[in-house]
Design a protein around this ligand. Sequence first.
Ligand code: ARG
Length: 455
Amino acid sequence: MTLWGGRFTEPTDEQLRALNDSISFDRRLYRQDIMGSIAYAQAIASAGILTTDEAETIIGGLRDVLAEFEAGTFELKGDEDIHSAVERWLTERIGAVGGKLHTGRSRNDQVATDFRLWVMAATGEVDALLADLQTALVEQAEQHSDTLMPGYTHLQPAQPITAAHWLLSFFWMLARDRERLKETHRRTAVSPLGSGALAGTPFPIDRARLAADLGFHSHSQNSLDAVSDRDFAVEFTFVLALLGTHLSRLAEDVIIYSNPRFGFITLDDRYSTGSSLMPQKRNPDPLELARGKTGRLIGNVTGLLTVLKGLPSTYNKDLQEDKEAVFDSYDTIKILLPVLTAVVQTLKLNPEAMRTALTEDMLATDLADYLVQKGLPFRQAHHVVGQAVSAAAREKVGLSKLSLETLRGLSPLFEADVAEVFDFAASAARRAAPGGTAPAAVREQLAAARLSLGR
Ligand code: ARG
């Protein structure tokens, strides 16, 4: 039986039911739905709608149904959605008094409440997984604050950097993701319960207390907004899409650096796969999946915003489309993060290969800075060094192999001490201002990362 059959003489068409029913996915809200109902039963008892006995019977029944769900023994009987399923079970077990639970409540404020509670819990779970990935990055970085590697812009060799600096760049992206999760949680933790179908509830329910009982920090101020506000769902899917974008960028770097042409990184056997045809292959599948799955994370935000954009005021059934996008993004991130954490933990960095990939042209900026220190304006220094780079290319030698004579031909400011410029470690070490790649600055960055991680 549906919750709304009274005015109908014919049963719902079977095909409409298949379209309309949401139980296949919203059963995931069972815990939130039941906890919400327990708190609601207490609230309407305090408002004098239930006697103490009735409230005890209803709450006892709700605890039993929760136990059945957790034990996996709850039996669905063609229920439309999770709210109908719980209420149906309750009246079957405790009788007509179960039908009092819904007094003053609509599935519109109920589903918004359940869904918010679910997202609130989910932000915490994703946050904990993110902290694990951050820890893995910090632990790898701690091994490599002195390891030199090429840094790239436009994927072209740019300047020497330390490997720890590269690893930690992802730490800070994830730190911002965690901040966004926290803020999403704060905006989600506003209780819509007590908004009724759209206009509010006529019963004297203590909404503030009801909100606090459920772990919300406050309750909504406008019932029309409250029953149709899905900003929290959009935000959550957006935060996960941006997180996915960060994971995808990390994945892309690791894919490139583990390519044999680079050889900077070796993926652990457990986290790479082979080819069914080519025996030599070692494929970075988990990283490609991180990159690929980010597509659906972005699709979920777009889909959700599209559902919302033309809705008339208050609840419309379109809103039932909110859950699958959120569940899918959450499931995707939940399966991705632990694997990426393990990939980072087991990555083997190859300092030798990184070192070999450093070429003297990556010291061109340092050479310009040398001239700047001798008093030449940077723009001119840039031009002079450009000429030196082109001379070296003509002579088919590294920059350091240009004779002092050739250099002095370009600028009289070059002196014998120019030889000191051609040192990759010194180049990195010079970038010691906070946030720079110098080992000394990176050690401070590591301390800041540890502090922000609280681990
Ligand atoms: N299954 C519905 C949803 O997910 C619950 C709310 C139904 N409300 C209604 N007025 N039909 O949105």
